[in-house]
Design a protein. Structure first.
Length: 290
């Protein structure tokens, strides 16, 4: 049985008549068969977004030819587009501190084949999870950062992180409860390819001990938010959110346990959608083709 190469096409441009027809015609003209397609026109930003999963069925069309022709189409139509190999597994670096539920969940999904990624490295400013990393045969890099460390020490630690990103050709950085604020320079370098999980339904209950804050306020819903990392703390474009209903009888510990479960699910969804090229940025927001 012959297996055809499969691709995922993503694009954004000023919304205009005929974009879908033009893309479909391009694919048909290059021997491609559309497997699924999704599009969205935003009436506020006047931008159009599209994701197409397709197979290249004409053996006479080479990968380089297809990519070159698509680049030409984008230039002619004023589109920002990318072609991704649908079977390539993006390379993910996970960063964690002393709270490991999200790390543990991501590693289980990775090992089980539920998350189509490669994880060449785990970075932490603590040693707590080196044995967990070893159990998955993933190199663990302990890059300590003392409380109250100087700006120079922080930048030196981040320079080692950048070295790892380059060495392992990292496509995505996941902050799985990494409890350090990244410098503006690193945030800029990682723009659009770093995801953080925030332990509240933004923008409520920022900062330390959010579940204790929620308990004091008698909340009835708790949640979590996965968002892109930017230089504005916990204010990057939101990718996914979820909530769980709670009540007055629950303790802080019970709220925390429920909240951690929500965090795991929300972060896993965001990572999966990223590696499947389902997320397109729309200014300070995102378009997510689920």
């Amino acid at each position: 049985m012959t297996t055809h190469p499969e691709y995922i096409l993503t694009l954004s441009c000023i919304d205009q008549r005929g974009i879908v027809l033009r893309v479909a015609g391009f694919l048909a003209g290059h021997g491609c068969n559309i497997i699924d397609s999704a599009q969205f026109g935003d009436p506020e930003s006047h931008l159009f977004f599209m994701r197409v999963h397709f197979a290249l069925e004409d053996p006479a069309v080479l990968d380089a030819d297809l990519r070159g022709a698509f680049a030409t189409l984008c230039a002619e139509a004023g589109m920002r587009g990318q072609l991704h190999d649908a079977h390539a597994k993006p390379r993910v670096l996970i960063m964690v501190s002393k709270i490991g539920h999200c790390l543990n969940d991501l590693l289980f999904r990775y090992k089980s084949g539920l998350l189509p990624v490669e994880i060449p490295a785990i970075v932490s400013n603590h040693m707590d999870f080196y044995q967990l990393a070893a159990s998955y045969n993933i190199p663990f890099h302990h890059l300590p950062l003392a409380t109250g460390a100087s700006e120079a020490a922080k930048l030196a630690q981040e320079a080692r992180i950048v070295d790892l990103l380059d060495m392992h050709r990292i496509d995505l950085v996941v902050l799985a409860r990494y409890m350090q604020v990244l410098s503006p320079g690193l945030c800029h370098a990682l723009q659009g390819r770093a995801i953080n999980i925030h332990h509240s339904f933004l923008p409520s209950f920022k900062g330390a001990r959010p579940y204790a804050q929620a308990h004091l306020r008698g909340v009835k819903l708790i949640g979590a938010t996965a968002h892109f990392v930017t230089g504005d703390l916990d204010e990057g474009p939101i990718i996914e959110q979820d909530v769980e209903r709670v009540d007055h009888a629950m303790t802080v510990e019970e709220l925390t346990a429920i909240g951690r479960d929500v965090e795991c699910v929300v972060l896993a969804r965001a990572v999966k959608w990223f590696v499947e090229h389902r997320i397109l940025q729309n200014g300070d927001r995102t378009v997510v083709f689920k």
